[in-house]
Ligand binder design. Structure first.
Ligand SMILES: *Cc1c(COP(=O)(O)O)cnc(C)c1O
Length: 381
């Protein structure tokens, strides 16, 4: 079983027309953080998501989250509530603003923020004298969070939602696309995401004034004047017209690539069907449509053959040239964040202990799948 090339979790997958859009940028000399690729990429996203959203292309989702917090008026000393189980980019911008994160556990169905613990976190924060300024929610691995329940809690206390949809382009809930539910929403087009611009992000709002404000702050907050004049703090967060060209090409294959990721998910579901102790993270509720950006499994060593645990599987896969990774380590367990408040139990911590993400790209071949299934089946036979 000699497979010389490494099989990765998720790699870029070009559709074929990206270079044409880049050439357009060269031909018109728009080698700049603006131009027709940026405008058209924003239009493509708007068309894909919903006609009543406004899209601002940016240089990363991290910038988009930072900008989103600024639009929601998060300032030094404010409290922002956040799903603990996520990538650090969801929460670091809270610290950029000098605000205080308060973390909330996941529920076990979607692995995302738990509505009950969210409400407890809000109530305790208010008892401690602060009304939370925002709630950051995440659709982990492309599975939508409990949209209706979370929105009900947010509305009850009148707190806006910043929806981190970095992993969920193309996912939807009750027919509505993820990235349109929050008061502000973000996407990532980093190299490992479902589509890429090599690096990039987008901020989604429901109000043209907010888009205008986002563009203003993302381009150094230049006041209207013949010279450079500034009355607000600006950032250099715009997307390059070259990168946006890649994005335009990627949009033409987005749905095709989602179908291929979902086929990878089906592949793992049938692979593990008769293997005790392994559960493929799936959503069976018809309200939920997951893009299955990454397929992950949970290992219960009390039920697996010979007590095989997450680490055993992880090391054997790595040894066989197959990339895999434990789930996101919850923020409340990170050295950087362990002293901030946390509300919940052990769900996120247990997911982290027993979960493993598997190669899920839209560009894996039959021989890649054969190799993965040979290695895994041998382990459990
Ligand atoms: C990838 C990711 C981000 C950061 O995206 P960048 O574009 O790399 O800045 C933020 N949140 C989540 C949940 C992510 O997976």
């Amino acid at each position: 079983m000699n497979n010389p090339h490494k099989i990765y979790l998720s790699t870029p997958h070009m559709g074929g027309t990206e270079l044409d859009f880049i050439k357009e940028a060269f031909d018109t000399n728009w080698i700049a953080p603006m131009g027709s690729n940026v405008t058209e990429f924003e239009n493509d996203l708007k068309k894909y998501l919903s006609e009543d959203v406004y899209v601002t292309a940016l240089n990363s989702a991290t910038s988009a989250i930072h900008l989103g917090l600024i639009l929601l008026d998060v300032k030094a000393g404010d409290v922002v509530i956040c799903q603990s189980m996520t990538f650090s980019a969801s929460t670091n911008p809270i610290l950029y603003q000098g605000a205080t994160p308060v973390f909330v556990d996941s529920e076990s169905e979607t692995w995302n923020i738990c509505p009950m613990n969210l409400e407890t976190a809000i109530q305790k924060t208010i008892q401690n004298g602060k009304i939370p300024k925002a709630i950051i929610t995440v659709h982990l691995y492309g599975t939508p969070y409990k949209i209706d329940e979370i929105r009900a809690v947010a509305n009850k206390y009148n707190i806006p939602i910043l929806e981190d949809s970095a992993e969920a382009l193309g996912s939807s809930y009750k027919g509505q696309k993820c990235g349109t539910f929050g008061d502000v929403c973000v996407f990532s087009f980093n190299a490992n995401k479902i589509i890429t611009t090599s690096g990039g992000g987008a901020l989604i709002t429901h109000n043209p004034k907010l888009k205008e404000k986002a563009e203003f702050i993302a381009s150094q907050a230049k006041d209207k004047a013949p010279h450079y004049q500034h009355s607000e703090l600006g950032y250099n967060y715009q997307m390059s017209n070259i990168c946006a060209g890649i994005g335009r090409g990627q949009m033409t294959v987005l749905d095709k690539h989602i179908a291929l990721r979902r086929e990878m998910h089906d592949f793992y579901v049938s692979l593990f069907e008769n293997i005790p102790g392994i559960t493929v993270h799936s959503t069976t509720n018809p309200d939920y449509f997951a893009n299955y950006w990454i397929t992950s499994i949970l290992i219960n060593p009390k039920e697996t053959k010979n007590g095989i645990d997450r680490e055993t599987i992880r090391l054997i896969l790595l040894d066989s040239n197959i990339e895999c990774r434990p789930l996101w380590k919850p923020m409340h367990l990170q050295p950087l964040y362990e002293n901030y408040p946390y509300y919940g139990g052990e769900i996120a911590a247990t997911l982290f202990e027993n979960g493993l993400s598997l190669p899920s790209g839209s560009n894996l071949s039959d021989s890649d799948r054969n190799h993965i299934s040979d290695v895994l089946l041998k382990l459990f036979l």
